[in-house]
Design a protein around this ligand. Structure first.
Ligand SMILES: [Zn+2]
Length: 463
């Protein structure tokens, strides 16, 4: 039995900020108590004086090694989870993909094979449903009972991930009966495809047109529609990567009516804008993702949504593609640029900067980045907090340190940073995953295969 004691830090959870010591035994937290109130001894002591002691981040939206447009996201489960650990994230929930014509099981097996033995931190899976039919609908029950309790569908990407309204309704009805949670990528993909074709015909091929054709109105329309479909089905719905103020308004309106509607946003929508998409010499391609970056004015609405709890979660949608050789596939045709941004390493730091900037409080930082994603996706108790019984996934965070984000120093397997040159107050010092040190004093001490697969319960955020 190994006992580790973290002393002298400010322990911050979604609920509390207390000066306390944390005792860890066999990978779990066994005690949190005021320094003078206990007589604990340990094999190893980590001094956190002057530092924050926070739960490891829970990133509920990543795409390691994801196939897209003829290429693959450049981080695999090994490099991506290692980078996550560097950034203070100790749990990811990635997306297993069902291809058209395939069973859910076949997609899930393929993703287990990609991740097994590779991960530095713990991981779970959501299931992307690309082919809703009698048989895949039946499979949903079994998946929920074995720990895949959330299913993502798309109103975007016709011909790839797209499901029509009838299929979405059927999946939502199924989720209403088995306790699953439907996650929606909400953009009107059929209308967007028309606008893409028209823009290209006018010779509008630069990355910035990616943002112009994927209109905020078409995000709002699809958000409104999936909320209504969920209401008809009597199911909760979780809208991923909300970027437009108009879409947030649809979510807020539904929530004010008491509907179980949830919204996630991502750091790129909080910190970046269409100004980045318009960067010259094709540099804008670095910022192509869907939903797209929006004009700066949307940022204030998203921060407000995070403060008022109309948005509950910040995930990364980490889906990196190198500028050289991957993003470049879309030179001369923005619709061929692989969609996605790197970010799994940067989320905890960027949100700490948001605390410093006054957008959110410290406890809200932990709530939107650790506790609520764990609760929404059935991991709370084990993940997302520091309390007796929880996995000892803990970050010692130095709020007084400073750093500059750069591709030259990050650990993600991608040749650029979306936040290049950005100054950040605060830095991860030590990271524990189930009590094992994975990051210490600027060194990676973890290993591929330490990370365990997490079978999740149904959502703990719905009642
Ligand atoms: Zn995504």
């Amino acid at each position: 039995m190994t006992r580790t004691l973290i002393t002298g830090g400010l322990v911050i959870t979604a609920n509390d900020e207390v000066h306390a010591d944390v005792l860890i035994e066999d990978g779990r937290v066994v005690g949190v108590a005021a320094p003078s109130s206990h007589g604990w001894t340990a094999d190893r002591t980590l001094d956190a004086t002057g530092k924050y002691v926070i739960p490891g981040g829970v990133d509920a939206h990543t795409h390691m090694e994801m196939p897209f447009g003829g290429t693959y996201a450049s981080d695999d489960f090994e490099s991506g989870t290692r980078a996550a650990a560097w950034g203070g994230t100790t749990t990811i929930i990635d997306f297993a993909i069902q291809s058209v014509g395939q069973s859910l099981r076949a997609g899930l097996d393929a993703w287990h094979a990609k991740a097994d033995g590779k991960c530095a931190i713990d991981y779970g899976f959501h299931m992307i449903m690309s082919d809703v039919n009698e048989s895949s609908l039946k499979e949903m029950d079994g998946l929920v009972s074995e720990g895949i309790s959330s299913f993502k569908l798309f109103t975007a990407y016709p011909g790839v991930f797209f499901s029509d309204d009838g299929k979405i309704l059927r999946a939502m009805q199924k989720a209403a009966s088995n306790g699953g949670l439907i996650m929606m990528h909400a953009e009107n993909g059929l209308a967007i495809d028309v606008l893409v074709e028209q823009a290209l015909a006018r010779g509008e091929t630069d990355p910035r047109y990616h943002g112009e054709v994927r209109k905020a109105l078409l995000e709002a329309e699809a958000t409104h529609r999936v909320i209504k479909l969920a209401q008809v089905a009597g199911a909760p719905v979780y809208v991923v990567h909300v970027s437009a103020e108009e879409a947030l308004h649809e979510i807020a309106t539904a929530r004010h009516k008491g509907l179980p509607v949830f919204g996630e946003t991502c750091p790129q929508y909080l910190f970046l804008s269409t100004d980045n998409l318009a960067e010259p010499d094709f540099e804008g391609a670095k910022y192509v993702c869907s939903t797209p970056l929006r004009p700066k004015e949307h940022q204030a609405a998203l921060w407000r949504g995070l403060r008022t709890n109309d948005l509950q979660v910040v995930s990364t949608d980490h889906c990196p593609f190198c500028f050289t050789g991957q993003k470049e596939m879309g030179r001369g045709d923005f619709s061929k640029i692989p969609n996605g941004l790197p970010g799994v390493e940067n989320r905890m730091d960027l949100l700490h900067q948001a605390v410093v900037d006054g957008h959110i409080t410290r406890r809200r930082w932990i709530e939107i980045a650790c506790a609520t994603p764990a609760r929404v996706f059935g991991l709370y108790g084990r993940k997302g907090t520091i309390a007796p019984g929880a996995d000892a996934d803990i970050v010692i965070y130095d709020p007084a340190a400073e750093q500059t984000i750069s591709a030259a120093t990050h650990h993600m397997n991608v040749d650029y940073s979306a936040y290049e040159g950005r100054r950040i107050a605060g830095r991860v010092e030590t990271v524990l995953s189930r009590g094992e040190v994975v990051i210490a004093q600027g060194e990676f001490k973890g290993r591929a295969g330490h990370g365990a697969y997490l079978a999740r319960s149904t959502s703990q955020y719905l009642n």
